[in-house]
Design a protein around this ligand. Structure first.
Ligand code: CS2
Length: 494
């Protein structure tokens, strides 16, 4: 079977949609070319370009850790399919928005040049929670060797050296790109964080500011302040990992092989703070909501969707369920997620314009129940140490501040603790395979989970990088988590 590319596209089977447009130039640089970007922002950017009949908005997609995605997409001229899996119907669409792909390990100078080109107006990021390399106080983790290497390269480049060292961290790459942009006098640019971080635009702006303070110059700092905007966004689409079965199904529909295929549920949402330094794709014509206040949307999504997702992932994996859909069809687990949202999350939220939060909760649980996506518990369970602070601990803090003991949220934290324990000191089998903890803090978590079973939750709660001084020391909260942990790990004898 031929591989998907511009040359083979005409041979694609009738009935497969797209591309709606293959832009002629690049206006967006995207950092973190994973499946989520390809199934979300790239699709809406293509729709926006098509709706506005404006073909400036091709994307240069930059991978983070390896050249694998470049190997998948470069031979296909950046074309790839999005397989949309509804509970009843499946459809395939080919996307043409990606007009270049690059791996910083081998093409940093070209990526930096593109970040610093006057034709680039927008930089988007999906580098996941851990990609930001932040310390507990939100600043740059200067002990991170990749970020440190980028700071050294930044110093040289500020001294006039032509960029040549491979960028090793997304934030290092971004800041070096901004420095070159200042040097090239290439004009303002907007950096759009599309990761599941609370207040993501402000968080990224502060992080960039701190990196520039440590490794940049006063003039770069002023230039960034005057020329770069960091709007906040809320992004939403469930994108499971692509499997061999998805690839076979798509090849059947397309009549061509597609190594860059991604999969998504039918639902997509993007809410963007309307704060741009220059031109942007007409995302508002593609279904995105432009607003002056993203916070209520972002908070509702993180605290309802992502928090209950994680809770179902931990509890589901502990019961041996492979997918989120299986986990949410277990009445006990569905009840735990509902209790989390109803008892602890909803009291902390202000509904975004016109949203009924009860209906939102039901819709989210309904989306989780879609068996067609095959989204796995183990995929959602990864990286808990960096996900919990974003999706659960804000709820916990707000409830404590309101004088409540957040028992339902404590159960969710206990589920994480039980998962950490089972994947570091137990033998957790999901789908016949033993699951090992996948987390940037895996070694420290394993150490904390070692020792008496009764003390596991307490020792994990003492990790201040995750729980902060406040929650680590909150007696009522510690008691609630410890109690919930005990109930989870103690076998019930009939
Ligand atoms: C999930 C998210 O993997 C995870 O942690 O909770 O990726 C989730 O699927 C998306 O945020 C949905 O928009």
């Amino acid at each position: 079977m031929n591989r998907l590319s511009l040359a083979t596209l005409p041979a694609a089977r009738a009935g497969v949609a797209g591309p709606r447009v293959v832009p002629s130039s690049i206006g967006v640089v995207h950092l973190g070319l994973g499946a989520f970007h390809r199934a979300h922002q790239a699709v809406l950017t293509e729709d926006a370009a098509a709706a506005a009949d404006d073909d400036r908005w091709g994307i240069l997609g930059v991978t983070q850790r390896s050249a694998r995605v470049v190997d998948q997409l470069a031979p296909q001229d950046g074309l790839y399919g999005v397989l949309t899996k509804g509970a009843e119907a499946t459809s395939l669409r080919v996307i043409g928005a990606l007009r270049g792909v690059a791996f910083p390990g081998t093409s940093s100078p070209a990526v930096l040049a593109r970040l610093a080109a006057p034709t680039t107006h927008v930089v988007t990021l999906t580098v996941t929670e851990k990609g930001y390399r932040r310390t507990a106080d939100g600043g740059p983790d200067l002990s991170d060797p990749d970020l440190a290497a980028d700071l050294l390269a930044l110093r040289d480049e500020l001294g006039g050296t032509t960029p040549s060292a491979p960028a090793r961290s997304p934030i290092g790459l971004l800041v070096r790109g901004l420095a070159l942009r200042q040097r090239n006098d290439a004009g303002p640019v907007t950096v759009v964080c599309c990761d599941n971080l609370s207040d993501n635009g402000r968080v990224l702006s502060e992080l960039v500011g701190r990196v520039v303070e440590v490794g940049g110059s006063a003039s770069l700092r002023t230039w960034v302040e005057q020329n770069v905007r960091f709007p906040s966004t809320m992004v939403d689409r469930i994108v499971p990992a692509t499997t061999a079965a998805h690839r076979a199904e798509a090849a059947e529909l397309l009549g061509l092989e597609d190594a860059g295929l991604v999969v998504g549920e039918p639902f997509t949402q993007w809410v963007i703070e309307d704060d741009f330094a220059g031109p942007r794709p007409a995302w508002h014509l593609a279904g995105a909501t432009m607003t002056h206040d993203v916070a209520p949307y972002e908070r509702a999504k993180l605290r309802v969707l992502n928090a209950s997702h994680s809770t179902l992932a931990y509890l589901g994996a502990l019961r041996g369920y492979a997918t989120i859909a299986e986990a949410v069809s277990d009445p006990d687990l569905a009840a735990v997620s509902r209790a989390l949202v109803d008892d602890d999350v909803l009291p902390t939220l202000t509904p975004p314009d016109g949203t009924d939060l009860g209906a939102y909760r039901d819709e989210v649980l309904h989306r989780f129940a879609n068996p067609a996506t095959g989204h796995t518990t183990v995929q959602v369970a990864m990286d808990g140490s960096v996900k919990l602070p974003q999706r659960l601990l804000g709820t916990v803090r707000d409830r404590i501040a309101a004088g409540a003991v957040p028992d339902a949220a404590a159960t969710a934290i206990a589920a994480w603790a039980a998962y950490v324990h089972a994947t570091t000191h137990g033998a957790l089998l999901v789908d016949g395979r033993e699951v090992r903890l996948d987390d940037p803090m895996a070694a420290r978590l394993a150490e904390a989970a070692d020792g008496t079973l009764d003390g596991v939750a307490g020792r994990l709660l003492s990790l201040r990088e995750i729980f902060g001084d406040d929650l680590s020391q909150d007696d009522a909260f510690r008691t609630a988590v410890t109690q919930a942990f005990r109930e989870l790990v103690t076998p019930v004898h009939a």
